[in-house]
Design a protein around this ligand. Structure first.
Ligand code: PLP
Length: 449
């Protein structure tokens, strides 16, 4: 059964972000069910999901309350839209809840079906805002090299991942990128705080090059997720905020990964004391149980859109989908009543930080860092203390070995990443760290062989 499904998968299924040729005879691993922080494959192996799916299953798997919320809403109103002066209770209640949880000045939300659609919405909204303000020349949006904001054409364009830009033709015009605050990867020869300030200065230089009157917005994740769980030096965000204020440029903080407790606050913006004008969200909003995203919109932009705008010709069939919204609302209510975010901040985040840091002594590890329930290991060649030759694909090797040992770790080049469900226990964190060490040991043996 497993083999025939894998064969059919290879025959018919074009997977996202997958090198088909490299799948080999083995094919894709078949995941059949999940419970708590564990997934189970078709052979019955239990695997600790150190990535919460794709950074999204914040409440863990198997939550009956979310199943019930979906089933009840399906019976009541399985679908209706929110276009043309109609709405429905789940969308209204979710909008109110999100605005109550978000920083004070974010009092409106535009719903989408995904994080990518949220960022498409951001781009159109930002440019429309400035046009309505009588400054249509403010068109440029600055993102960051190696940032990820989705796979639609606008999402890809806002993101700064070179392999994505190399495929599929040109992106959206009027978008450019600046240096990322990736100290281990790009600034190790300097003091981290000086490096953080330098990255913010690079933003200012870019603004001046483009012409300060022509820059509409800067978009960034609080902590770059898909780029490699890159936590910026402390100096970075305050310096960036000062630059944006100086030139009156909107701040878009992409909370698709960092939102909903990942860093120990409801939003990464709270952790870093940011006051974004726009905040794209998705993933953990519904703990990934159903697809839903959105953009939280600050008063400055919302007031102009509402007072000056007339109709905004933009929206998705599934904007505020009632079943997805009902599940998201229940997810947020459960997170609140169970104190999930506070537990990440006060107990699990600090615990992971202590335990994860112990991996820093492994000969293969150049840096072990974490914040909240997000962590990264930078793999290095023990012989040189430098990065491995890329062709070795040490990160992918470690990822595959880790999976076989019973732990999902993701690899971004030679950076290993974890972002487990937020309901993980301290004991399970111990297991995660033990499994990660076993995977590192075996990877080291394979690389030495
Ligand atoms: N923004 C960030 C920061 C993300 O990490 C992702 C997905 O990983 C997206 C946007 C795109 O979200 P989606 O895959 O739901 O379109």
């Amino acid at each position: 059964m497993t083999h025939s499904l894998q064969a059919l998968d290879r025959a018919y299924h074009l997977h996202p972000f997958t090198d088909f040729k490299a799948l080999g005879e083995e094919g894709s691993r078949l995941i059949e069910r999940a419970e708590g922080v564990y997934i189970f494959d078709a052979e019955g192996n239990r695997i600790l999901d150190g990535m919460a799916g794709l950074w999204c299953v914040n409440l863990g798997y198997g939550r009956e309350e979310l199943v019930t919320a979906a089933a009840e809403q399906m019976r009541q109103l399985p679908y209706y839209n929110t276009f043309f002066k109609t709405t429905h209770p789940p969308a209204v209640k979710l909008a109110e809840k999100l605005c109550a949880l978000a920083p004070e000045h974010l009092n409106h939300v535009f719903f989408t079906g995904s994080g990518s659609e949220a960022n498409d919405t951001v781009l159109r909204m930002v440019r429309r805002y400035w046009a309505l303000e009588g400054r249509p020349e403010k068109q440029w949006v600055i993102g960051r090299e190696n940032g990820y904001h989705g796979s639609t054409v606008a999402g890809m364009s806002l993101g700064g991942m070179a392999p994505m830009h190399d495929q599929g033709g040109p992106g959206v015009p009027g978008i450019t990128h600046v240096r990322q605050p990736y100290w281990f990867g790009e600034g190790r020869d300097q003091d981290p705080e000086a490096f953080g300030r330098q990255c913010a200065a690079a933003l200012e230089t870019k603004i001046q090059e483009l012409g300060e009157a022509r820059v509409a917005a800067f978009i960034a994740e609080p902590v770059q997720g898909a780029g490699g769980a890159i936590m910026p030096p402390e100096s970075y965000w305050p310096a960036v905020k000062a630059v944006l204020a100086k030139y009156d440029i909107l701040l878009v903080v992409d909370e698709v990964i960092c939102g909903f407790g990942r860093l120990g606050e409801w939003f990464g913006s709270v952790h870093f004391d940011l006051a974004p004008d726009l905040m794209p969200i998705a993933k953990g909003l519904s703990s990934g149980y159903l697809p839903i995203g959105g953009v939280l919109v600050g008063d400055r932009v919302a007031d102009t859109l509402i007072e000056e705008g007339g109709e905004f010709f933009h929206g998705f069939t599934y904007s505020g989908h009632p079943v997805c919204a009902a599940v998201a609302l229940k997810n947020l209510e459960l997170m609140e009543t169970e104190g999930v975010v506070e537990r990440v901040r006060d107990e699990l985040g600090p615990y992971l930080a202590r335990r994860w840091a112990t991996l820093g002594d492994h000969p293969l590890v150049g840096e072990a860092r974490s914040l909240g329930l997000m962590g990264a290991l930078e793999l290095i060649d023990p012989a040189t203390g430098e990065r491995f030759d890329k062709a070795l694909a040490a990160g992918n090797l470690c990822r595959d070995i880790s999976f076989r040992h019973g732990l999902v770790m993701r690899s971004v080049g030679d950076t290993m990443i974890i972002a487990p469900p937020l309901v993980i226990t301290c004991e399970q964190i111990d297991d995660l760290v033990t499994l990660a060490r076993e995977a590192l040991d075996e990877t080291a043996r394979c690389l030495a062989a």
